[in-house]
Design a protein around this ligand. Structure first.
Ligand code: DX5
Ligand code: ZN
Length: 216
């Protein structure tokens, strides 16, 4: 199983965005996580294309874009143009989930689907083959720095079972409240990718913290 850390730029110092992005670029993190919020799907607004392009310009890391927006289909092509290599949409935000995932793939990116803490894994049962990645939210989407919701690893284990049973290679990512203390359990539960905002950017030595999480 691969082990990947995807630091969430939402927790970076926006006054020093290029510096923080270059720090991630030097680190052992293979991905960089971009949280886009519209103030409608979630009660917060983060950033959009200009900021994302600034991040893209400062790193060659794999760009993992998490869309917490309504009608994400309208913007998929523009996110791919801006450098997204994986576009993850919320299952709760679209009526035609398979269609939305197919649209992402047709734009040339990997297609991800995310579920909020209250959304059960079985809503993905019919679309799993159309997804390159499932993102399990382990906090309510909208803000960094929240506490991990207990029970989220049970959803990961259920999903891992479903993916393996069908012989699929869909990746599992977890997002929210992940740190060096629960990273080991996250990988053992079946996660391939851990998003970490506060745990990385709040650490005294972020690059060392990423290594500690990978080795947890
Ligand atoms: C929350 C975002 C997360 C957030 C994670 O809606 O999707 O990616 O930045 O932050 P931490 O790791 O601090 O919980
Ligand atoms: Zn996220």
């Amino acid at each position: 199983m691969p082990r990947i850390i995807s630091p969430s730029m939402l927790s970076a110092d926006f006054g020093n965005l290029a510096r923080d992005t270059r720090m991630i670029d030097r680190s052992a993190a293979e991905w960089v996580h971009i949280d886009v919020m519209d103030g409608v799907f979630v009660p917060n607004i983060s950033f959009g294309f200009p900021v994302m392009k600034a991040i893209r310009a400062a790193t060659d890391k794999f760009m993992d874009v998490h869309l917490m927006i309504v009608e994400p289909e309208r913007y998929v092509a523009r996110f791919v143009e801006a450098g997204a290599q994986l576009v993850t949409i919320h299952a709760e935000a679209v009526a035609d989930l398979r269609g939305a995932l197919e649209l992402i793939r047709s734009c040339g990116a990997m297609a991800g689907v995310s579920i909020k803490p209250a959304t059960p894994v079985n809503v993905l049962s019919d679309v799993l083959d159309a997804a390159d990645l499932v993102l399990v939210m382990s906090v309510e989407p909208g803000f960094g720095g929240q506490g991990f919701i207990e029970g989220s690893f049970d959803k990961v284990r259920e999903l891992r079972h479903m993916i393996d049973e069908r012989g699929l290679s869909t990746l599992i990512e977890i997002d929210g409240g992940i740190n060096v203390r629960n990273a080991g359990e996250a990988f053992r539960a079946g996660c391939d990718v851990l998003v970490a905002g506060n745990a990385v950017f709040g650490a005294a030595d972020p690059e060392a913290e990423i290594v500690r999480m990978l080795e947890a």
